[in-house]
Design a protein around this ligand. Structure first.
Ligand code: NAP
Ligand code: MG
Length: 400
């Protein structure tokens, strides 16, 4: 390696898996260079969360990061860890600094069949992670009255739009989004599609929301026409816009193999639908891509707290490390492509093939053993699965 990866360590069971993956699957094979940041909750608390900010800035500086799942503290965690305060979600902090879009993609293996029969290839979902209903203002309307939307411009201009004349109690809600945020969402999606050489689908409800949703469409269309049309044609991929309900219908009948860009709420809902229909959150990778092409790879699941407590009691665990291994292989491959290290690209490919081969030969963790359609299955422990992958990896690297 020539440039280090930004390594962001995390919490609980995934922190345990993190170390196993490095010791068993990476350090024996790769001259691994990382700039290490400990995003474990104790270190975040000790540094007043500065470590998260430093890690995100390092990702911007070096361009590729890999992150372990981390605890987002709630009241229980404040008590459990004796925290100074309820620190913000590290993913939220990193996303705000990197200004990126999250792409989630299922890992497809034979024997873990999607619930939708036609899906043969992964569907990657891109969720716009800013604004709309997630930054709303709401009013419970107590009784009759007139509701208006009012904008007070800094230049003194005022824009008013009637909403409704209430003849009794009801509810009201205001949303916003910003051109700047939609533009970086669009660019991240176009960049990712080019990188993955897959079609990009985008959908809103601009027949009903003639200003708000239409703005999303206009921004996507104009950025595409200005900066991406020719590049898409050169890669023989396309950008396709439709209405959200039409998109949902087409997704269910498609064979997959494309990127689906969603507004914030659609992405929240549809990503849970896709991950359950494809099998499991433990088989879903996640990458944050910023509009300048900086990447942060992680697993889509959390820290698997319940398994961790069992692990602490000395009980055997069977936690699926696939998404975390793929976070590493994704980050290594991206680093290798940027730095033109063919051997490292090859290693990332072989590592992923070894994981898939292990599962397809019937060796897997308990979560997959419960749902597989393969006939003869061996349920392995957390360590056992990683050792089985290592065996495959060694065989393939030695040309066996
Ligand atoms: P979770 O860690 O994703 O786990 C929820 C349940 O899903 C587990 O108890 C387990 O079910 C199953 N599961 C998830 N990942 C698995 C894996 N790799 N292998 C096997 N089973 C797996 O979600 P959570 O329990 O709601 O959250 C725990 C902590 O993670 C929270 O503190 C939360 O803040 C944090 N979190 C972090 C991220 C992130 O950093 N990206 C994302 C989400 C949540 P069974 O117990 O039934 O086996
Ligand atoms: Mg959700």
């Amino acid at each position: 390696m020539t440039t280090p990866l930004v390594e962001m360590d995390g919490d609980e069971m995934t922190r345990i898996l993190w170390k196993m993956i490095k010791d068993e699957l990476l350090l024996p094979f790769v001259d691994l260079k990382t700039e290490y940041y400990d995003l474990g909750l104790q270190e975040r608390d000790r540094t007043n969360d500065q470590v998260t900010i430093e890690a995100a800035n390092a990702a911007l500086r070096l361009g590729v990061a890999v992150k372990c799942a981390t605890i987002t503290p709630n009241a229980d965690r404040v008590r459990e860890y004796g925290l100074k305060q309820m620190w913000k979600s590290p993913n939220g902090t990193i996303r705000a600094i990197m200004d990126g879009t999250v792409f989630r993609c299922p890992i497809i293996v034979r024997g873990i069949e999607p619930n939708v029969r036609t899906w043969k290839k992964p569907i990657t979902i891109a969720r716009h992670a800013y604004g709309d209903v997630y930054k709303n203002s709401e009013i419970v309307v107590p009784g009759p009255g007139k509701a208006e939307l009012v904008f007070n411009g800094d230049d003194g201009s005022i824009i008013r739009e009637p909403i409704h004349i209430f003849d009794g109690p009801g509810i009201l809600q205001g949303w916003h989004n910003m051109d700047r945020s939609i533009e970086s969402f669009a660019k991240s999606c176009f960049e990712y599609a080019l990188d993955a050489r897959q079609d990009l689908w985008f959908a809103t409800k601009d027949t009903i929301s003639k200003q708000y949703d239409a703005r999303f469409r206009e921004i996507f269309d104009s950025i595409f026409a200005k900066s991406y049309k020719e590049r898409f044609e050169a890669e023989n991929i396309r950008y396709f816009y439709t209405l959200i309900d039409d998109a949902v219908a087409r997704v269910m009948k498609s064979e997959g193999g494309f990127i689906w860009a969603c507004k914030n709420y659609d992405g929240d809902v549809m990503s849970d639908m896709l991950s359950s229909a494809f099998g499991s959150l433990a088989m879903m990778t996640s990458v944050l891509v910023n509009p300048e092409g900086k990447y942060e790879y992680e697993a889509a699941h959390g820290t698997v707290q319940r398994h961790y407590y069992r692990y602490l009691k000395g009980e055997e665990t069977s936690t699926n490390s696939v998404a975390t291994i793929f976070a590493w292989s994704g980050a290594l491959r991206k680093r290798a492509q940027i730095d033109k290290l063919d051997d490292l690209v090859h290693f990332a490919d072989v590592l992923e093939r070894s994981v898939i081969g292990t599962i397809e030969e019937g060796e897997m963790t308990g979560d997959l053993a419960l749902m597989t359609t393969l006939p003869h299955v061996k349920k392995l422990s957390s360590e056992g699965f990683i050792s089985a992958v290592r065996k495959h990896l060694e065989d393939e690297l030695n040309g066996i």
